[in-house]
Design a protein around this ligand. Structure first.
Ligand code: HEM
Length: 392
């Protein structure tokens, strides 16, 4: 497992995932976590109600950060539903999912297409695909969804990156930067929530704070700020790196790229296949909320479990010839968006972005090719490229 953290392991983790899945599909790592690599077992873990998120108080106190509630970066992440267990999670998820619907995502289609076309045009002389399209697109789309005025959207890019960098690099400098960024984000979003409460618009943020459901409830001001910040953080680099990984996969398989470019009928399966083939999210964690058993192994309350989603997505017991990229494949859900109660809320939006961006890019620049050395991102949880120079 150690190899997975080395440069060549990061470059191509799939042979090591394969070896683990075959020889040690459920294995205790050196740090005491139970690591799972098969589809069936990862799927079961994600749907198991006796597993969940760790208790923040214990977790941060153990790291010497007993003051986490005074640190905006940690407080925002940890008060979000992403890291909550029921019943707090159930309530927050209910209050957002009734407004963040498939219909709202479909209604964004034209504006996402326009954003894509603009960014695709920006690559008319080639350049860095990540800088020119994969970074700006998701932030612009979430800005559009929430109702952040267009002129303010570019400012979110550095703030969200500084804030979420602590998920990869956890040192005091990174934490200080993350706190500064989270403070600015919260201040901006707080003002926007106040404005939308006074004068609601046709956007998700207005719906979250002004449209009570059958239960008569809406998110309060701080909850709405945290939810908006979560959407930016969860939907930004995940989508950026899906676009980058997806583009590289297609350029390595010109026959598949041609299908995506020329055949509108494959767009939906293609997006799902790219999500499976080289997911931007490779790992997710759980802790045991009570003594239990996972994949036949006894687990005590507080024990950690790690699902290698990228390994599960290449499990031959689930996917036929899993190392082959086949944009017409239709074999059901990869685990890239997780599963169970935390199943990715933004999956329809991420799919829409891929379905619009990659076919339009390949159609506008049919001779697009890599031109220079891509720079891979560090860390394994989030997999992708920091730069992908292309020529057209
Ligand atoms: C390719 C793009 C994306 C990938 C691979 C991805 C992946 C994931 C995964 C694996 C989880 C579950 C984490 C866990 O259970 O431990 C998750 C949750 C979540 N995602 Fe995504 N995501 C993507 C895009 C988005 C977008 C565009 C948004 C919103 C605009 C979004 C919002 C969320 C939220 C709010 C959660 C937490 C759900 C909850 O806790 O109930 N994601 N995502």
């Amino acid at each position: 497992m150690h190899e997975l953290t080395q440069p060549e392991g990061r470059e191509d983790p799939y042979p090591r995932f394969d070896a683990l899945r075959r020889t040690a599909p459920v294995v205790l790592a050196e740090d005491g976590a139970l690591v799972l690599t098969r589809y069936a077992e990862c799927h079961a873990v994600l749907h198991d109600h006796s597993l969940g998120r760790p208790d923040n108080e214990e977790f941060f106190t153990a790291l010497g950060l007993g003051n986490w509630k005074d640190l905006p970066a940690l407080w925002t992440l940890n008060s979000s539903m992403l890291l909550a267990n029921p019943p707090r999670h159930t309530r927050l998820r209910r209050l957002v999912s009734r407004s963040f619907t498939a219909r709202r995502v479909q209604a964004l289609k034209e504006s996402v297409a326009a954003l894509v076309d603009d960014l695709v045009e920006g690559l008319a002389d080639g350049g860095d695909f990540v800088e020119k399209l994969a970074f700006p697109l998701p932030v612009a789309v979430i800005g559009e969804l929430l109702g952040v005025p267009e002129a303010d959207r570019p400012g979110f890019q550095p703030l969200v990156r500084d804030w979420t960098r602590i998920l990869d690099v956890f040192d005091l400098d990174a934490l200080a930067l993350a706190n500064e960024a989270a403070t600015s984000l919260r201040a901006y979003l707080g003002d926007l929530v106040d404005e939308r409460r006074r004068a609601p618009q046709d956007d998700l943020l207005s719906a979250l704070v002004t449209e009570p459901g059958g239960d008569g409830e809406v998110l309060d001001r701080e909850e709405a700020v945290t939810m908006a910040a979560l959407l930016f953080s969860a939907g930004f680099e995940t989508t950026t790196h899906l676009l980058g990984n997806g583009l590289v996969a297609l350029l390595e398989h010109p026959d598949q790229a041609a299908l995506v470019r020329d055949d509108p009928a494959v767009v939906a399966t293609a997006a799902e296949e790219l999500v499976r083939y080289d997911s931007s999210v490779q790992i997710t964690n759980r802790v045991a909320l009570a003594d239990t058993e996972v994949a036949g192994v006894p687990v005590a309350a507080g024990d950690r479990l790690v699902c290698y989603l990228g390994a599960a997505n290449r499990d031959p017991d689930k996917f036929t010839d899993p190392d082959r990229l086949d944009v017409t494949r239709n074999e059901g859900g990869p685990l890239s968006f997780g599963g169970g109660i935390h199943y990715c809320l933004g999956a329809p939006l991420a799919r829409l972005e891929v379905q619009l961006a990659l076919p339009r890019l390949l159609a506008r620049h049919p001779h697009l090719r890599l031109d220079g050395t891509p720079q891979r991102r560090e860390g394994l949880t989030l997999r992708g490229y920091l730069s992908l120079p292309v020529a057209v």
